[in-house]
Design a protein. Sequence first.
Lengths: 281, 286
Amino acid sequence: MKETVNDIFKRNYGVFTHEEQQQLKQAKVTVVGAGGVGGVTLISLARMGIGTIHVVDMDHFDYSNLNRQMLSGISRVGKPKAECAYETLKDINPSLNIEVSVERFTQENASALMAGADVVIDATDNLVSRVIIHRAAQTAKIPSVWIAVTPPFRGGVMTFSDKTPPYELVLQHPSYNKQLTEDVCAEINAIKNRRAQHATTFGALPDWADDFVNGQQPWAVIAPIANIVGILASYEALKVILNRSDLAPIWAPQLVLVNLATPDMVKVVTSAEGSWDNGCL
Amino acid sequence: MNNISSDHFYSEMTKKNIGVYTLEQQARLRQSKVIIFGLGGVGGLEAILCARTGIGHISGVDPDIFEISNINRQMLATTKTVDHYKSEMTEAHLKEINPHLTTHFHSVRVDESNVLELMTGHDLVLEALDDMPSRVIVHRAAKSLGLPSISMSGSPPHRGFVSTFLPEGIAYEDALNIPVKGKSITDPAVSNFIQDLKKKRALYSVTRGAPKEWAQDFCAGKAGWIITPIRASLLASFSCHEAIQVLIEQPPLAIAPKAIIIDLDDMQHPVSVKTPENGYWEASEI
């Protein structure tokens, strides 16, 4: 018998039950960032059968995205990432509901962008936006997934909720409980320079780290790491939505730590003090 | 696109790799030629990741067309590519990533008669096939040509296996305890033995959380292998990382019989490199 669009998710059964597949169809996920991690996360969510996806990204594709961003292509250079995501996701599942916002995630639009979401995935590279996302999500009692990608072969994933400690305490941010003034934002952004320098102790090239701190080089990310972290982020969203008793999300301050240069390539770790230095992740 | 040179495009495209790879390593990847057998959930993404990483030549082999039930996990399966050859769709997509890439894509099934011709001239083999006899054919051929080959295997619910075979190292059949060494795959006794392995893997998967009814249906030929985007994508990403390490002459972590073992239901160590206790794995348990 000829397959129909109802067969798109046929091969999921056995991993998901029919009821769970229906649960995924009823679910809504907001993904902030449609780049290296966000792009593959979006594709993964659509292929699992999530029913409604809200894509938020203000950027346009550039040639330097091609090395890892699953939604990028040469014919898309110069086009808004969120609109390209719409095209690709509709081709995967024509009955998917997709909302597109070509804008930055700010304190002003946060609640509108997260409205109705069962889970929010933070796949932005802007550290201030990330603070805004997780603050807003916790206030709205919506679980939020955090990710990191760090050269050479490292990454991290963890999930926050209104029952976990707040993002800024778990990641030892100086901004906790403060207004996001210019000075506070500068302090937050400085964390990334520290992370670049620290990455050299794991094998990132020292010249790259110096150039990054001086603003002469972009953050280095390779395709396998962006993909692994993006897929693991979609898995966190899946676990939040399925809510199985034997398949819990990795709730912060527990952390999924990726390092392809060590035999423990992906492991779940806990912190004795209950927090992590974001400059060392 | 028309007004930038091939060198300029390449350096823009791979700019964010630098810091992880050196410029010399990146240049090496640009000179590298890989061939991928199987362009489904794992192989299709391997092709994409290889192209995005900046590998200069990619060949692919797959006789199939995209079907609707591929869409849940195959990166190039969409409602628009259904009914088209996987090899043709993959090749077109890779050119959309890097128009200067050279490619050779073949809509044929790999067998003992064509494998050497397909494989000759490449630096590395990525194997992403779903049937055991073809896997054995590919890894045997790679070893005979002195080429490294990356193997993979995936089982429900979220288990996976990736291992790197080097020409001077252990043979695929020895590492997976498949006692057909030296015999032709066309020998019916041999192909039946290897085919049966997949049924054993289905039944073993039940002990690791897969539904019993599914395994019974699979063994009766009434159900397909269960596979979701999560597992296929992880297998492709780890396989590609191993491949890149080999190509830039950095030590891969999972030289056979060591293997990258994925089990997302393991809440402490979802992915780790393991060494088999007896020096080999049981093919029915990976």
